[in-house]
Every structure is written in structure tokens, then in C-alpha cells.
Design a protein around this ligand. Structure first.
Ligand SMILES: N[C@@H](CCC(=O)N[C@@H](CS)C(=O)NCC(=O)O)C(=O)O
Length: 210
């Protein structure tokens, strides 16, 4: 199978990257220079009209949106055990959590990183940015309470939710948020960082957790 992951170092595409490594998939990486605006180029927009990473180019076409890519990887390599595929309820929990990360947590970060996307004018953008830490605190407090110390997001088994959460935890640390407020989140990140697939993806992207 020919696969190419369009990514940017440390971006949400890191979740798809880790998942491909966890699955043992054979894939190529194609770096997109987000800071240089490559995502807006005609060539890239012809692949993804929204101009975002991740994008996974497959033999059947292009797939976008992190939760969909993660679900596809988990189903395509079932032996990797990245999702509870034989239990509809447990699988729905994984999808629910991953969609929470993509539609609530990621968007809260986006109001911090790119407030001008959501508000016209400097004043409105500054107000939006100022509100982000409070929103992130609410969202990560919910996560911290959900995940028990010493277990994965959904209990005994590691799933795509864990590697996706690590990407968001890393962002939280990098924006200077005090992680000590979330003890379960810290121990979750420490545990996830010991996985060889996670370490290999970090090395390939040239990034560190902190
Ligand atoms: N809903 C999309 C969001 C993708 C997204 O916003 N990706 C960011 C990187 S984390 C991006 O490509 N940003 C470039 C830009 O906004 O111009 C997903 O979950 O895959």
C-alpha cells in the first residue's frame, strides 16, 4: 500500500504520524511548511482545499481530519489494537474522545494561535486570545478527571486517543500552561512518551516534548 502523510513538525498531524508507526505501516512523510504558507499554495490546495495538515494520501484518494485518519489506521491495521473494533460501545468512546480533542480542544488552541481567524479587528482578536487559557483549563480539567492515574484514556488498553492526547498535552506545555494542575495528564504523558513509536515519530519530526 502506498501512503504519504503530509505533516508539519509537532502539528496535529503528529497523531496520524504516531498511529502509522504504531500500526507498523509503510509510509512516506511529506513536510508542509506551515510558517512559510505552503499550505495555501495552489499545489497543496489541490490536495486539501482547506489548506491544513494532516492529509494522508492513499491509493484510494486523500483523507483529511485527524479523527478520521486515526479511525482509518486503526481499522486498516486491526492487529495493532489501536481501537476496540469488536465492541461498538467502546469504539464509540474512542471516537467521542477523539472528536472532543479535534472539535473542542484543538479549536481552543486555535483561538490562541490564530485568533484573527475567528474575529475581525485587533481588539476582538486580543479578547479571544485572552480567553483561551480559561477555556483550555476547563477542557483539560475534564480530561484530567476522566483519565485515571496509571491507566490509558479508556482504561487498560492504549488507543488512538492516547497518542492524540499527547499531541494536545505537548501544546499545552508549550504555551506555558501550568501542567501541575493536571496530575493524571502528566503521568499519562510520561507513560505515552515511553512508547517506541512515539519516540520514533518525535525523532523523525525533530521535536521534543518540552
Ligand atoms: N480539523 C482538522 C484541523 C487541522 C488543522 O487545523 N491543522 C493545522 C495544524 S495543527 C494546520 O494545518 N494549520 C495551518 C493553518 O491553519 O494555516 C483536523 O483535525 O485534522
Amino acid at each position: 500500500m502506498s501512503l504519504k502523510l503530509f505533516y508539519a513538525p509537532g502539528a496535529c498531524s503528529l497523531a496520524a504520524h504516531i498511529a502509522l508507526r504504531e500500526a507498523g505501516a509503510d509510509f512516506e512523510l511529506a513536510r508542509v511548511d506551515l510558517a512559510g504558507g505552503e499550505q495555501h499554495s495552489e499545489a497543496y490546495r489541490s490536495l486539501n482545499p482547506l489548506g491544513r495538515v494532516p492529509l494522508l494520501a492513499t491509493e484510494r484518494g486523500s483523507l483529511t481530519e485527524a479523527p478520521a485518519i486515526l479511525a482509518w489506521i486503526a481499522q486498516t491495521w486491526p492487529e495493532a489494537g489501536l481501537a476496540p473494533l469488536d465492541d461498538p460501545w467502546a469504539l464509540a468512546q474512542v471516537l467521542s474522545f477523539n472528536n472532543y480533542l479535534s472539535s473542542s480542544v484543538h479549536i481552543a488552541f486555535a483561538t490562541l494561535f490564530r485568533p484573527q481567524r475567528f474575529a475581525d479587528g485587533d481588539e476582538a482578536a486580543a479578547a479571544m486570545k485572552a480567553k483561551a487559557p480559561e477555556t483550555l483549563d476547563q477542557l483539560f480539567t475534564i480530561i484530567d478527571r476522566k483519565i485515571g492515574r496509571g491507566s490509558w484514556v479508556h482504561g487498560a488498553d492504549y488507543t488512538t486517543s492516547d497518542l492524540y492526547l499527547l499531541v494536545m498535552t505537548r501544546w499545552l506545555k508549550r504555551v506555558g500552561h501550568d501542567l501541575n494542575r493536571y496530575p493524571a495528564l502528566i503521568s499519562h504523558a510520561e507513560r505515552t512518551l515511553t512508547r517506541p513509536a512515539v519516540q520514533a515519530a518525535f525523532e523523525a519530526e525533530g521535536i521534543r516534548f518540552a
